[in-house]
Design a protein around this ligand. Structure first.
Ligand code: MLT
Ligand code: MN
Ligand code: ZN
Length: 304
């Protein structure tokens, strides 16, 4: 299996259009050693020909241009993207679907809960119904249920329900329900290797632990360094955990969680523009490096 990081930033991207935090201002002016990143998405392939998109970022068209494999040019209208899997119904993971409206009906995999949000609070699926149309495939969240995905028939997909928060436009915002947010186990039976992907992960619940422990590669929530990162900068009143993101530092933080795990690569993804780890010269970045933790970037290519 091959995994291509199309966008490694959280909602807003890096730099964010209206942000002048130390990171955004610094990367814009070139006074900080850091690399811009587009909003959260990865593509996964079992055969290097067909690709499954995980999340459809608002930056999808730029990501498309940056990765030639997505346009194989076999016909007058063509794409290598066979289907799209959504981890939640957030803006940064779904808006790109609108950019795919000129094509064939979209094969979209998401939970019942995400489908509900995308048909009500943010009626994207209804809008797409007037263009290409949506073929919805239900992602099961019952424990141990795996499901096949069009375009990656050689891989085995298992969703893991995660406690996070539904988007602000969800009818049940701040009242997390099963299926609002998922992590994904992707196994390749040919190599016996397993990827666990969870760009939004607010809490280490007991049922999640075996998935973290068995994975060969982890790509997990790298949104915030501290729980009060946005509060400290005066940008929000909400804590990282309130919006469904486990911070990296501190007791019970992601660094501590990752430490005992056997995965050969531990990669943080979905990084918010305020996170000090984006500054390659920061002490926080050094702490990650010494813990063997990598920071995803656009164009990162992982084979396993
Ligand atoms: C989140 O995951 O919390 C989002 O990135 C928020 C957003 O898209 O604004
Ligand atoms: Mn997000
Ligand atoms: Zn910023």
């Amino acid at each position: 299996m091959r995994i291509r990081v199309l966008g490694a930033a959280a909602g807003g991207g890096f730099p964010q259009w209206n942000c002048n935090c130390r990171n955004c201002d610094g990367v814009r002016k070139g006074s900080l050693r850091a690399t811009p990143r587009t909003q959260s998405s990865i593509a996964v392939s079992a055969d290097d020909v067909n690709w499954v998109l995980f999340n459809a970022s608002p930056d999808l068209l730029a990501q498309y241009k940056g990765f030639a494999a997505l346009q194989p040019a076999r016909a007058i209208r063509d794409t290598a993207i066979r289907s799209v899997v959504l981890m939640d119904a957030q803006i940064d993971h779904t808006t790109g679907l609108l950019m795919l409206r000129e094509g064939r009906p979209l094969e979209i995999y998401c939970t019942e809960m995400a489908r509900e949000d995308l048909s009500t609070g943010n009626p994207l699926f209804k809008i797409l119904g007037h263009y290409c149309g949506v073929h919805w495939h239900k992602v099961p969240t019952e424990r141990g249920n795996s499901f096949p995905v069009i375009g990656a028939e050689d891989l085995k997909f298992t969703a893991v329900p995660l406690k996070s928060n539904a988007p602000p436009y969800s009818p049940h915002r701040d009242n997390p329900l099963e299926g609002d947010n998922i992590g994904m186990r992707i196994a390749d039976p040919r190599s016996g290797k397993v990827l666990f992907y969870a760009p939004g992960l607010g809490e280490i619940e007991p049922h999640l632990k075996p998935f973290l422990e068995e994975a060969d590669i982890l790509m997990v929530d790298g949104t915030f360094w501290t729980d009060d990162e946005m509060i400290g900068l005066g940008l929000s009143k909400k804590r990282a955990r309130d919006i469904g993101h486990l911070p990296q530092s501190g007791a019970g933080g992601m660094i501590e969680v990752l430490k005992p795990l056997k995965a050969s690569r531990k990669i943080l993804i979905h990084i918010n523009n305020t996170n000090p780890i984006l500054d390659e010269d920061s002490d926080e970045r050094r702490q990650l490096a010494s813990a063997g933790i990598e920071v995803a970037f656009d164009g990162m290519d992982v084979k396993l």
